[in-house]
Ligand binder design. Sequence first.
Ligand code: HEC
Length: 110
Amino acid sequence: MKRPLVLHHTRQLFVLLAGLLVAPALASAAPIPSRGATWAQACAACHGPDGQSQGAIPALDSLSPEDFRAAMQAFRTEERQGTVMNYIAKGLSETDVEAVVAYFARVQAR
Ligand code: HEC
């Protein structure tokens, strides 16, 4: 028996459209963990996926939440002088820092 091709594609289109409608609603109600995951992706460009750096840039997956938070704070206040982290840390709000610290704490717990 031949598959009803048109009907099949219509269903795929419907699923796609439903997804497009739901996605923005989810994004605007983004809870803190997903905000942390979003930031972690930006950090991954230099610190490696989930902060598991393989190169010269320090790894983030071995920092305790306390040290992580303290480092971000020190970069923000310029108490600690880095190359790029002073700029980056200033771009994150307190809420962003807490979200990213919580994200990496969960990565370590895995
Ligand atoms: C452009 C590359 C780059 C990006 C992007 C980046 N970092 Fe960094 N990070 C560095 C470098 C380089 C250092 C070493 C300090 C310095 O030179 O600024 C560092 C150091 C750190 C440290 C201190 C680590 C330690 O062991 O003391 C923390 C914490 C940190 N980064 C967090 C983050 C977070 C969180 C993000 C994402 C929001 C991020 N970084 C994004 C390059 C980057």
